[in-house]
Design a protein around this ligand. Structure first.
Ligand code: PMP
Length: 384
């Protein structure tokens, strides 16, 4: 018998039955009318998910890293300046990409577990002539949530494009592109959107496309270039497919289904469910004597929790928990990797899956030698 463990890592995440069914459909060609309709619908649905009625969506084969590099490659050209609001591992990655594509990059860095100081960001914006500000909405390496609305407002006030890495937030945290003035946000299919890995998903505002059109130098990579992908997205949305590179037919059909589920739940209700369950998970971890990595409640993400190992417990905890049938993840931020673990709670997460996770965590902690009142974590969840 091979039943996979319950997947409670910060992506990929468990899939709904309808998403799984969409994946197992007979293979269709990329010009098949059923697929064309599905791709077009998925693109339209993204505007409602990102709350960007005038935005231009892109769905491209690749992972979140591709979406990051599409943003970097299309928005900067050699000599441009970029400000990275840096909360850890994935902010560093975006900074490197901006540099590779010719930008001069300035970082405003946060200690692991906190967000960059907004006043410092404001001072940097006032002092420099930046073209782009980037922010990682949820830093998956530390479980920290950045104040995107404030940062986007600051960027706008300084005439700077605001780019949001929403890979670990879109579909699980509040993110309102149009209302907040965010110019580009991107994610990947395997996180809170609830589809399998394999698709980069990006939304560009009209202003971002204007800035891209005003480039004086070409994008130095064909697969990343909006110029290749824009006509394809527009063609599929219009129901008249066109070819640049073979789309991931089955993945896009699965994404269409998962986006339909997301919108049927409603973005507000969905985020509220993530908030409620994240708070319940934190109560349970606290009842087991565990401490969160993020420095305070205001900066804690709702799509995952980063939790410090208690004294005497190390990364072997992750294996002990896996042996109970639940996969959680170890640390990721290079500076503190060995000191904490991460639990993803996004997408199909429910009180039931949290009960199973906390139950397995309790067994794992006991095996690792941590002393606590057995059942305290599960009881805290039950009270929630
Ligand atoms: N940004 C963030 C915030 C992420 O969490 C991740 C993936 N964990 C990425 C970017 C990169 O995405 P991928 O692994 O799909 O390439």
């Amino acid at each position: 018998m091979s039943t996979p463990n319950l997947l409670m890592i910060p992506g990929p995440i468990g899939l709904s039955s309808d998403v799984l069914r969409a994946l197992s459909e007979p293979q269709r060609g990329h010009l098949d009318p059923v697929f064309v309709a599905s791709y077009g619908r998925a693109l339209k649905r993204l505007r409602d998910v990102f709350l960007a009625p005038a935005g231009q969506p892109f769905i491209v084969s690749g992972s979140g890293t591709l979406a990051m590099e599409m943003a970097a490659a299309n928005l900067v050209q050699p000599g441009d300046r970029a400000l990275v609001v840096n909360s850890g591992y994935f902010s560093d990655r975006l900074g490197q990409m901006l540099e590779l594509h010719g930008a001069q990059v300035t970082h405003v860095r946060a200690e692991p577990g906190s967000v960059a100081n907004v006043e410092e960001v404001e001072r940097a914006l006032a002092a420099g002539s930046f073209k782009v500000l980037t922010v990682t909405h949820v830093d998956t390496s530390t479980g920290v949530l950045a104040p995107v609305q404030r940062l986007a407002a600051l960027a706008k006030a300084h005439g700077v494009l605001c780019v949001v890495d929403g890979v670990c937030s879109v579909g699980g945290e509040t993110l309102e592109l149009d209302a907040w003035g965010v110019d580009v946000a991107f994610t990947a299919s395997q996180k809170a959107l609830g589809a399998p890995p394999g698709l980069a998903v990006l939304m560009a505002s009209p202003r971002a496309l204007e800035v891209w059109r005003a480039r004086t130098k070409p994008v130095a990579a064909m697969y990343l270039d909006f110029a290749q992908w824009l006509p394809i997205q527009q063609a599929y949305e219009a129901g008249t497919p066109s070819y640049f590179a073979t789309p991931a037919v089955n993945l896009i059909m699965a994404l269409d289904v998962s986006l339909g589920e997301l919108l049927a739940e409603g973005m507000g209700v969905r985020v509220e469910r993530h908030v409620r369950l994240a708070k319940a998970a934190r109560r349970a971890f606290g009842a087991l004597g565990l401490t969160p990595l993020p420095m305070n409640e205001a900066v804690m993400a709702h799509t995952l929790s980063a939790v410090k190992y208690p004294a005497g417990v190390d990364a072997s905890l992750v294996k002990h928990v896996a042996a109970q049938g639940v996969n959680i993840a170890g640390g990721l931020h290079p500076a503190i990797k060995a000191t904490y673990f991460r639990v993803g709670h996004m997408g199909v997460v429910s009180l039931g899956t949290l009960l199973e996770t906390v139950g397995a965590l309790e067994r794992g902690l006991a095996l690792a030698g941590h002393r606590f009142e057995a059942g305290a974590g599960v009881a805290a969840l039950q009270r929630g």
